[in-house]
Design a protein around this ligand. Structure first.
Ligand code: 5AD
Ligand code: SF4
Length: 437
């Protein structure tokens, strides 16, 4: 979502004459679009600000001064505090106010003093944004939902992104058509809780995510639809049916489970048990037998015992994932879990994370190996690191490398997978002989 937000910031700033710069040296304004989800991400902001401070100081008094803005969830969470720690920052704004960037810049000009705008405005940011401008490649993001009301006890999102909000159906469809018109072949619907989507339709009805996906699949040129991130307890029949009925809906789903222990899931306030998760997966696989799953895991949540962790391992072995993200629990200020007793020591978290990641990596590699010898449709949307090579995504989100002319960029090409690596596949175009690493 930060990638999507950053490109929307570009759209907002374009009428003021701003465009993307290659690096901070060429920039008049540097925006750090920040993430607050774990401590590591948040701390990065301050080390990055240290670098920017030097550049700003070097340019002070020259004809090309530099301004520094901090946007995103760290800005939302820390607000004025950022100015205390980094007084050389000019703008602080949250994820809900970036449509007001031109206003903030004008205020900065007239006041000559740092501007902080981290409200949750009553107006819909999406109404104020210009039409999506830039399209990076054939695969596009489209935010349909924002915010979260679930309040998992470890998570900052409900505080930084605010309450759940679904964009109405019409502007979503309009944006999707616009993206398709600009050459997007794939759209990934975004939301912190994307399957909580319940967008208002002009006829007074409310559309679920499943309904929206069906309609998007009708748009000419949009051959692939994905959505992320989903909350297990809100996977409904409509969405499951879309996996069965809509060929454009890719057979890959990121469905975070966090833990395999019911005790830990309860303490996390996840509203699903390990059994519920397995049931949902079974229903999804029933609808779409080819479905490949990805997930998020947290190890070392307060109170997690060896036995609880073993339950996570056994869920992983039972369900099977083609890729996953796993993290050590990171206490976040203001969240209930940060004040819970029984915090797990760092060394225990490290050992558990390693064991979990070994199993997840093993499963990922095993899945990649099953792909060798298979024909797959790959959407090529990036140049590869080698001359004459393109990189794309398989239906299951694997990166696939193949030797193809640059003119095939943006095409969905049927290729034969000939090699598997831990994080990617390589392929040949049937009829062509040479294989490519
Ligand atoms: N500590 C560790 N991981 C976290 N996540 C969210 N909050 C925390 C935290 N405090 C992880 C969850 C979530 C993903 C986006 O980040 O697994 O699904
Ligand atoms: Fe955070 Fe996801 Fe839980 Fe919402 S559902 S609080 S975004 S982990």
């Amino acid at each position: 979502m930060n990638v999507y937000d950053a490109s929307r910031m570009e759209d907002v700033l374009a009428p003021m004459g701003y465009g993307a710069a290659d690096g901070m040296e060429g920039a008049d304004l540097v925006i750090l679009n920040t993430c607050h989800i774990r401590e590591k991400a948040a701390e990065k902001v301050y080390s990055e600000l240290g670098r920017l401070r030097q550049e700003k100081a070097a340019r002070a008094g020259t004809s090309r001064p530099m301004r520094i803005a901090v946007g995103g969830c760290v800005a939302q969470a820390e607000g004025e505090e950022i100015l205390k720690r980094a007084p050389f920052v000019d703008l602080v704004f949250g994820p809900q106010t970036y449509h007001r960037l031109p206003l903030m810049l004008r205020e900065l000009d007239s006041r000559g003093q740092a501007v902080v705008d981290t409200e949750f405005p009553a107006d819909d940011k999406f109404d104020q944004l210009p039409e999506a401008g830039r399209l990076d490649g054939a695969s596009a993001f489209l935010t349909v939902q924002e915010g979260c009301d679930k309040f998992c006890t470890f998570c900052v999102v409900p505080y930084t992104r605010g309450a759940e909000f679904s964009r109405p159906v019409d502007p979503v469809l309009r944006e999707a058509r616009l993206l398709a018109g600009k050459g997007a072949r794939e759209v990934t619907l975004l939301g912190q809780n994307v399957n909580a989507y319940h967008g208002a339709h002009e006829d007074g009805s409310e559309w679920t995510l499943g309904r929206l996906i069906r309609e998007l699949a009708e748009i000419d040129g949009l051959d692939r639809i994905r959505y992320t991130t989903s909350y297990p307890a809100e996977v409904d029949d409509d969405l499951i049916a879309a996996h069965r009925d809509v060929p454009a809906l890719m057979p890959f789903l990121h469905l975070p489970v966090q833990s395999g222990s019911d005790k830990v899931l309860k303490a996390m306030n996840r509203r699903h048990t390990a059994g519920d998760y397995k049931d949902i997966v079974a229903r999804l696989r029933d609808a779409q037998p080819d479905l490949a799953l990805s997930s998020d895991f947290i190890v070392g949540f307060p109170g997690e015992t060896d036995r609880d962790f073993e339950e996570t391992m056994s869920l992983v072995r039972e369900v099977g994932f083609v890729q996953a993200y796993s993290f050590k629990y990171s206490p976040r200020p203001g969240t209930p879990a940060a004040d819970m007793d029984d915090q797990v020591p760092e060394d225990v978290k490290s050992v558990r994370l390693q064991e979990l990641q070994e199993e997840l990596n093993r499963q990922q590699m095993a899945f990649n190996e099953t792909c060798v010898g298979r024909e797959m449709q790959v959407l090529f949307d990036r140049p590869g690191s080698r001359e004459g090579q393109l990189v794309g995504r398989s239906p299951y989100m694997q990166a696939v490398h193949a030797t193809l002319p640059a003119t095939r960029m943006g095409d969905i090409v049927t290729v034969m997978i000939d090699r598997a690596k831990p994080n990617s596949l390589s392929a040949v175009v049937p009829g062509k002989q040479e294989a490519v690493a």
